[in-house]
Write a protein of this length. Sequence first.
Length: 205
Amino acid sequence: MTRGLFLSLDGLDGAGKSTQSRLLAEWLCGRGWEVTTCSDPGGTEIGKLLRELLLDRRRQMTLACEAFLFMASRAQLTAEIIRPALQAGRAVISDRFLLANVVYQGHAGGLDPGLLHAMGLLATGGLEPDLTLVLDLPVDTALSRRQGPADRVESRAGDYHARVRAGFLAEAQRQPERIRILDASRPVADVHDEICRAVLDLAKR
């Protein structure tokens, strides 16, 4: 590749994104990559402030307001962290990226997924991950795996999260070259192995 490698992990909260991001970063480092990891929203000083606002259960906001705040955090993250890392030839692993907005505020929330995608491209200057790995779990299983108190988004009703899961599956069907679904109900090592194979296939393109 002429620049670095941009990967994102997504899925319901509780699906194992943090664990698999860490394992993937270690694996890439072992293969000689310099790796930058980040979380969306967050990752910058501005992003941290927006993340606190977005996930605070005491705050009420419209889905449109929520979407714009996510996009604002992502714009800063892309400019400050992701683009410089890619230009330096590093691998970037992001815990969530644009797909999350398309699914959470779009498919699940009722906003137009196409408009959200266009907003996201504006925020990132057209940058999207080379590959998004979606860790798929039934909603009840994901709920049982969560640790700590639920944030503002996590505390929404089960039918909302069912629509989130369906949205991920729909987007993967629409963009199979960019989005890959993985069965996250399997042992951690098995999921990691499949992620590594997917990344190797991507690097060969």
